[in-house]
Design a protein around this ligand. Sequence first.
Ligand code: C2E
Ligand code: MG
Ligand code: MG
Length: 417
Amino acid sequence: MPNPITPETAVDVLVVDDDPVQGAIVSGVCTKLGYRPRFASSYHQAAEHLANGRFDYITIDLSLGDHDGIELLRLIAQTEAKPRRIIIISGCEERILNATVRMAHAVGMLDTISLPKPIDLALLRVALSPFQEAAASRRGVDARLSEITVDDLRRGLDSGEVYAAFQPKIDLATGKVTGCEALARWDSARFGPVGPDVFIPLAEQGGLIKAMTLRMLRDSMTFAASFLPTEPKFVVAVNLSASLLSDTSLPEEVERLLAEIGVPARSLMIEVTETTAMADVGRAMDVLLRLRLKGIGISMDDFGTGYSSLSALARMPFSELKIDRSFVKDCLTDADMWKIVSSSVAIAHQYNMKVVAEGIEDAATWHALDALGCDIGQGFEFSRALRSDAFVDWYRTWTARGPAVRGDAAIPLRREA
Ligand code: C2E
Ligand code: MG
Ligand code: MG
């Protein structure tokens, strides 16, 4: 039975289709689920609804008479109150549908999916189902997060609420742990868990990013030091944001920190995105080259997501390439993604770089990437990012499996952050 509708819990759906029969079918499914559908038979009607309301779901028919669904997607991307999910319904060929979904992802509408026409009502119900309860709480969370200030973050840093969690990196051929990536976490007493997508930009704006990164580096290198006696090749990766790449004093500060903690330079990998590296090429080159000369590894993060990936690859002294998880995620089901992943592996090897695949979520992807020659993997298949003590527990369980059982999910792994 659908939940009773109250103003707080109501799920609003905008159904956009120039065919009134299709529109009525989709709206009917929404009503049966207990949602509130609004119907728009044209781009202009949809634009009017978007200007006046907020929607949890939007279903879009790609061909809309005088306008097309792409124009509507562009308009939605510009609206402030983004829907939780967009469902594109179309009878056009699969490649166009896939490319449309990717375009929506690229403009920030990450939960966009497609359904073929003629529409399968069971599939539509599944696509519409997950957020019945989430809609109301999401509004609360969005409102709560928008209240966070730089001072809150400063207090969080000072009180130890911000910390480094570590996500393992695995040698895909042997299943051995090669190291980990340090990911910043903020468990705020006032706001609950806050994601790095929220607080890293805040740290940048509020001038806290250097202090935060130095803290991450210190925690990471202390963590590496505890692993080196058993894993001498253990490497911890730390993310560096754009403003720090133009800080030419950084290589010496990092070197001093390594000496103080007593960790060799090869135990540190610095991750930068190509967008970061290309923002101020001259200074970034200066900083990255000096870090490399000191023996620190440099990894190109989120490879393929910016506009100058190949140019950055050719010009900058990277030692590792990380294929973005948006390509890895669907690489077994989407031939276009597979082509990107396989050519990224080939090109990285031509530059004598190790290749890391981010976002491996199942054993099948692990094996396929291993067969392709991808060196290292990271993703929920192995573990989420863990606090240091939980990482040590996870490491013991994982290594106890031995190299022969790679990809075997027999041992329950710890997947909580
Ligand atoms: P990133 O450096 O590309 O980090 C990888 C992100 O992918 C992490 O998200 C990680 O939790 C997520 N991830 C890893 N495996 C999987 C998987 O199998 N499936 C899925 N769905 N996700 C997976 P997280 O921790 O939310 O971090 C997001 C971004 O925030 C990072 O992307 C990085 O750009 C930034 N970030 C995190 N910590 C720091 C930091 O200390 N300093 C800076 N400057 N940026 C940071
Ligand atoms: Mg990273
Ligand atoms: Mg990445």
